[in-house]
Design a protein around this ligand. Structure first.
Ligand SMILES: [Zn+2]
Ligand SMILES: [Zn+2]
Length: 140
């Protein structure tokens, strides 16, 4: 679950956001500016655009992007995990998760392998995997 107020990712079983205390609430996203708005709001308060319900793919892409942009107390990996949860075929999110796990190359390699199952020829993933394999060897 993502908090529509503070953007944090938190566990679905919680009824409220543990970071800002906001009640759990599904939200739509403005097609124009990307602002998150409550479901009963029909016009975006920022730009007057139309909020829509996101598909799982849209959600996954947005979370992956937010994970890359994040500079707060929250960990980008939460965003990549959530992005993968909504779309297991989101190769970019797998790649970004692998990069976040560079301290534990074994786990990073697992992410690369998961993504390589979707596209075995992806050069970015192959390079990343080679990098982590090398790193793993050096650490032994
Ligand atoms: Zn919150
Ligand atoms: Zn808007």
């Amino acid at each position: 679950m993502q908090c529509y107020n503070c953007n944090s990712i938190y566990n679905d079983y919680l009824g409220y956001c543990p970071y800002c205390g906001m009640k759990k609430e599904e939200f739509n996203v403005c097609t124009e500016c990307g602002k998150k708005v409550k479901k009963d709001i029909l016009l975006c308060p920022e730009c007057g655009g139309k909020p829509v319900k996101e598909t799982d793919e849209m959600k996954s892409d947005r979370l992956n992007k937010e994970g890359l942009e994040i500079k707060s107390r929250h960990f980008p990996i939460y965003y990549f995990d959530e992005a993968i949860r909504f779309n297991k075929n989101n190769i970019e999110a797998w790649f970004n998760k692998a990069e976040e796990l560079y301290r534990t190359p074994h786990n990073a390699i697992k992410c690369c392998d998961a993504a390589l199952k979707i596209n075995e020829d992806n050069p970015k993933l192959l390079l990343a995997k080679a990098k982590f394999l090398k790193q793993e060897r050096q650490e032994r």
